[in-house]
Design a protein around this ligand. Structure first.
Ligand code: GLV
Length: 306
């Protein structure tokens, strides 16, 4: 089996050089005619574009994030090479965070953490309750597994109506309105695309139960922030737990910071400490597959945008 020439950028981190080598690749610089590129900085899209211009022989690019909207919006998927992202790789820690946020919300923990006196009994249980998850990818599958002990009745809403294992029902996005009433928690775990930007707005929030929590571990721009602030202020929904916001970072003084029914974590469902070993395992696996001419894991569908 011949080795393949793989560049690692924008910097050659030791962990990823090792992962490429372990997968059977040879690490080379961008100027040394690589056939593949492992790109490690999700924010440096200009650097990625420059690397691709400098090395037109790159046939495969591995991206570091699960969500690839920054790359899609730059129209970089021109069909000349295969792109893979980290989709699925971080699903477990992100699903864990989503569950933690949901339980904290349903049990009214933000209010109790602030409390300095005994107060009223409050909180609801997740056991045997309906929940709705938007998105049919890796996070949803990991979350369904975590929800199983709660016997939660899961409805999944996704682009296609292909059933997701473990879900009571799977609906296409066009039927989102049918999935919101009755849910104790609405989880957002879907990719950001033009079709899903602002998917939760005033109308959708109005369909949710007054006792329901919205949990977003996907992208801030899935939710129309002004509509959410209104729903939280008026008691239209019980609360929102957001690992992602629009704008992001959420600026100091933003109305969401002052709301006792809103939990904000700073896009830390999957911290660098959690993701780096998982991404290294994905890189090792994909380099080994590329060397062997096998299908890669996490291939991006340019039309779907994830
Ligand atoms: C994180 O937000 C990711 O897309 O992997």
């Amino acid at each position: 089996m011949t080795s393949v020439r793989v560049a690692v950028g924008p910097r050659q981190s030791r962990r990823f050089v090792q992962a490429v080598t372990d997968g059977g690749g040879e690490v080379v610089a961008v100027g040394e005619e690589p056939e593949a590129l492992v790109w490690l900085d999700p924010r440096d899209v200009d650097g990625l574009a420059a690397a691709l211009r400098a090395a037109p022989g790159i046939r495969w690019v591995q991206l570091p994030f699960a969500g690839v909207e920054n790359v899609v919006s730059r129209e970089m998927f021109d069909g000349s090479r295969v792109w893979t992202c980290a989709k699925g790789a971080y699903a477990e820690p992100v699903a864990e965070h989503a569950l933690a946020l949901a339980l904290a919300g349903l049990r009214m923990l933000p209010r109790r953490i602030e409390a300095r006196s005994w107060g009223e009994a409050a909180g609801t249980s997740l056991f045997d309750r309906p929940v709705t998850i938007l998105g049919g990818g890796g996070i949803t599958r990991a979350l369904i597994a975590l929800l199983e002990p709660f016997r939660a009745e899961v409805t999944v809403v996704r682009r296609t109506a292909d059933p997701v294992p473990g879900a009571r029902r799977t609906l296409p996005t066009a039927e989102l309105a049918a999935a919101l009433p009755g849910a104790a928690v609405v989880f957002l775990a879907l990719a950001l695309s033009p079709a899903t930007t602002g998917i939760i707005g005033r109308e959708e929030l109005a369909l949710m139960e007054p006792g329901a929590w919205l949990v977003n571990v996907a992208r801030g721009r899935h939710v129309q922030t002004d509509a959410l602030v209104e729903a939280l202020a008026s008691g239209g929904i019980a609360g929102a737990a957001l690992d992602v916001t629009d704008p992001e970072p959420l600026p100091d003084g933003h109305p969401l910071w002052g709301m006792e029914n809103c939990i904000v974590t700073p896009h830390t469902a999957d911290t660098l400490e959690m993701t780096q070993p998982l991404l290294a395992a994905r890189v090792r696996e994909n380099v080994a597959r590329f060397v062997a001419g096998r299908d890669l894991v996490g291939v991006v569908d340019p039309l779907a945008g994830y």
